[in-house]
Design a protein around this ligand. Sequence first.
Ligand code: NAG
Length: 401
Amino acid sequence: MKTVDILLFTLCISLSNVKLASGRNIEWWASDKSNSQKTDRNLCVEDYSPCNCNDSPSYGLEITCDGVDVLTIQDIFSRTTTNDLFSFQLTVPSPAEGNVVSIPADLLNGKRAGNILLNCPFPDWQLTIDADAFRPSSDLTFFFFTAGCDLNLLDFTSFLDGFLSLTTVFISQSSNVQGIQNLPALPSLNQLIVTYTTGLEKITDFSRLGNVQLRRLLLNGNQLDDQMADNILNAMASSSAATALEMLWLASNQLTRVPAQLSSFSRLIQLDLSNNSFPVLSSGSFSFNAPVDYLYLESNTINSIEPSAFQGDFTRGRIYLRFNSLSRFEEAVFRPLLEQMISVTNGGLVNLESNPLDCGDCHLAWLIRDSPSLLNAVESAVCSDGTAFSALNPSAFADCP
Ligand SMILES: *[C@@H]1O[C@H](CO)[C@@H](O)[C@H](O)[C@H]1NC(C)=O
C-alpha cells in the first residue's frame, strides 16, 4: 500500500488544498499513514540541507526541497550516499528566465526515488522535465505527482519512457495537461488521476490511455462536458481498460447525462458522478456487471428516477442520492434494490439525505405499511415536513391502495 501511503502523506503535508478539494473522496487512500506520520519522524544521518530529510523507519528517506535551485539539489545528491529514496518532493525554484522551469538531466545525481513529486507555487510557471531528469529511477519509481504547474511544454513521452514500475500518474490543479495523450507505454500503470486541471478538452486521441490496464481513472473537477467524457470513455471501453477498470470518478464536471459506456466495463464497482447535473435517471442508466461497492450521485439535481435505472448486484452497494430534488421514493425503482441490500448483514444502503420527499400521499405505502423491514437499508430519509421515514406511522397509510 505504499502508493496509498505516500498520497496521504504528501497531501497532508504540503497539498492540503488537494485533499480539501477532493473532500470525502480522498478516503480510499486515507488508510493508515496518518498514524505513522506522527510517530515516523526521525532525523537523517546525512545532511540534505537546504532540503528537508525525514528518515521513516517503514519507508526510508523522504526528501523535501522547497524552492531549492537545481544545481544545489545536484550538489546535495553528489555528497550524500543513500542510493534509494522513498520520496523526492520538489516545489520548484523560480524560473531562470521567463516562466519556464526546467528540471535538468540527472537531477538526483544517480540516486533513485520511489515517489517523485513536483509542485509549482504559481500557476503560470511552465514545467519542463529533461528526458533523463529521473532516468536512474526508471525501474524504481511507482508514483509520479505534479500539481500547480502549466504543463503546456511538458513532454510526457520522454521523461517517463521506460518507467517499468510506475503504477500511478497523478496530476492536480494544473493547466494544459493535454500532453498526457502521449504517455509512453507504462506496463505497470493502473491508476491515472487528473483532478481540477484543464487541457483534457484539447486531447484528440485517447487511444494510448485506453491501452493502459487502468484499474482507477479519477477525473474529478476537470470541466468535462458530455462529449469530452464520451471521447475518453469510448477510448477506454474499446480497449483493454474495458476489463480492467474498477473505479471511475467523474465528479464535479459538467455532465448532463449519465455516460452510456458504463456497462462496457466488466469490473466497474466504484463510481462517483456526484456534482454534475442530470435531473432524470432513465431506465438502464446504471447497469453493473460486478457487485457494486458504491455509487455516488449526490448533488446532481436529480428529480426523477425511472424503473430499472439501477441494474446489477447491489447486495453490498451503497447508493448516495443525497442533496438532490427527489420528491418520490418509488417502489418500482427501489424495492428490488432494498431487497438485495437487506438479504445480507452489512449489506448496501440508499442514502436520501436532503431531498424534498413528499410523504403526504400514498406513494410510500409499499415501504412504510407493507415492507418496513426494508427501511433498514434506507439512510437519512426525511420527509419535506421534517418527519423521518422511520417515524412515519404505518396506520396513516391504512386506506391507501
Ligand atoms: C461542484 O462542481 C463545480 C464545478 O463544476 C465546483 O466549482 C464546485 O466546487 C463543486 N462542488 C462541490 C461541493 O464539490
